[in-house]
Design a protein around this ligand. Structure first.
Ligand SMILES: Cc1cc2nc3c(=O)[nH]c(=O)nc-3n(C[C@H](O)[C@H](O)[C@H](O)COP(=O)(O)O)c2cc1C
Length: 395
């Protein structure tokens, strides 16, 4: 069955959608534009407390039930910043209950196990975007959920590269005096891994005498202050977790509220981290980030990338401390350079992919332990179901 989620609404009707779906045997189109669908807030309950069931009680639950019956998922989305807009990305971020918390290697890459069955992903998009990038995102997203890409199809043939078309602005030279930091995680600050990373990073800034201020996108009441701080200052760092191969939908929504011109010569840098260890996991998102500052009239100060951050929440204190400690050094480096365009920052990411032997060793020696730790963590949270529970299957 083809499940089509139309996140654009009436301006794209079924007569426009249906001819683009190659396998027309069974197609169900849902217009999500007038449904109540919140952003994923990264609470992890769908993995660790009520496996397969999202904690947010809104209209997405009916979509999850249909996804369990579907083979192909098509997202109909508008575009912003050369990528899906926040409404299109939002329905993908909420797909996480279709996966289990537990991890294993699939096709040479560390992945979450699939809860029900593989799901193929396709994209029908409107507006200007880089066709190759859209296809790439489909491929990457599909393999995460065990399936294959159905392709990315533009409604009009004006798909073009917008990523770099405002030209490169030269980076701001000299040491920074003050840094605006925005925590782009949808997860409340108290539980946010990004928050812990930021607190380690700013130790390095403080040592070097750089002042900083911090705003959180998880709290919408802070959005105005975050926007003003960004506009009033030269340097802004947005730190955030990878969500379904790219920027979380909540952060995309915030970015849409920024004016397209920065009054001053602004510079945007990014700190990107995520659950998986390998550097390759972050490269698609990095490409989107490289083109983002120019679209706000800012220069690009680089992206500091590092994986393996899931454990900040789930592992014991000594391990957590080990994961966040290296960011302090990166804070010192940023204080000297004012950006992440340095070989040290590049090196910080670590390996792009684990070599075959390492993958074998991790599989044999560590995966059972790591997955066992998740099970223990779930028990501590009061979870009474197995982590691979299938709450919406017919059986
Ligand atoms: C909806 C969602 C999607 C995610 N997608 C990815 C992903 O594609 N790759 C990855 O490495 N980690 C992914 N993660 C894991 C987060 O990046 C990771 O847990 C991060 O440490 C969360 O930081 P935070 O606590 O500040 O939100 C995802 C998490 C959630 C909730």
């Amino acid at each position: 069955m083809n499940l089509v989620l139309n996140t654009i609404g009436a301006s794209v009707d079924n007569d426009m959608i249906c001819p683009l779906i190659p396998d027309k045997k069974e197609v169900e189109i849902i217009n999500t534009s007038d449904m109540k669908i919140a952003h994923c807030m990264g609470c992890n309950q769908c993995w660790l407390k009520t496996p397969g069931v999202c904690a947010i009680k809104d209209d997405y639950e009916s979509i999850l039930k249909k996804l369990v019956q579907a083979d192909n998922l098509w997202i109909v989305s508008d575009t912003r910043f050369g990528f899906l807009d926040y409404k299109g990305k939002r329905v993908m971020d909420r797909i996480v209950p279709m996966l289990n918390m537990t991890v294993g290697f699939r096709d040479g890459w560390m992945r979450h196990e699939v809860r029900y069955h593989p799901l193929n992903i396709g994209l029908l998009y409107k507006g200007d975007a880089d066709q190759a990038m859209m296809e790439d995102w489909c491929k990457r997203t599909a393999v995460n959920i065990g399936g294959h890409s159905l392709g990315a199809i533009a409604f009009s043939n004006n798909a073009k590269r917008v990523i770099d078309d405002r030209g490169e602005k030269s980076v701001i030279s000299g040491r920074p005096e003050h840094l605006v930091i925005i925590n782009g995680s949808p997860r409340v600050a108290k539980f946010s891994n990004t928050e812990k990373i930021i607190h380690s990073f700013v130790k390095g800034l403080e040592e070097a005498g750089v002042t900083w201020e911090l705003h959180h996108l998880s709290n919408r009441n802070e959005w105005d202050a975050a926007r003003e701080a960004y506009l009033d200052n030269k340097r802004t760092l947005i730190a955030f977790p990878l969500y379904v191969e790219c920027v979380p939908s909540l952060m995309l929504e915030f970015l849409e509220t920024l004016p397209v011109v920065h009054q001053q010569q602004g510079e945007l840098s990014f700190l990107l981290h995520g659950g998986m260890d390998e550097g390759y996991e972050f490269r698609f998102c990095e490409r989107i980030l490289q083109g983002l500052p120019a679209q706000f009239g800012c220069s690009y100060g680089g992206t500091l990338i590092h994986g393996g951050s899931f454990g900040i929440r789930t592992r014991e204190d000594a391990v957590k401390a080990k994961i966040v400690a290296p960011y302090e050094k990166m804070g010192r480096l940023f204080a000297q350079q004012g950006n992440f365009l340095t070989p040290e920052a590049k090196k910080f990411t670590g390996p792009e992919q684990y070599p075959w032997l390492v993958r074998k060793m991790v599989s044999l020696l560590f995966l059972k332990k790591v997955n066992g730790e998740f099970e223990q963590f779930a028990k501590d949270w009061g979870c009474t179901r197995p982590l691979d529970d299938k709450p919406y299957s017919d059986k």
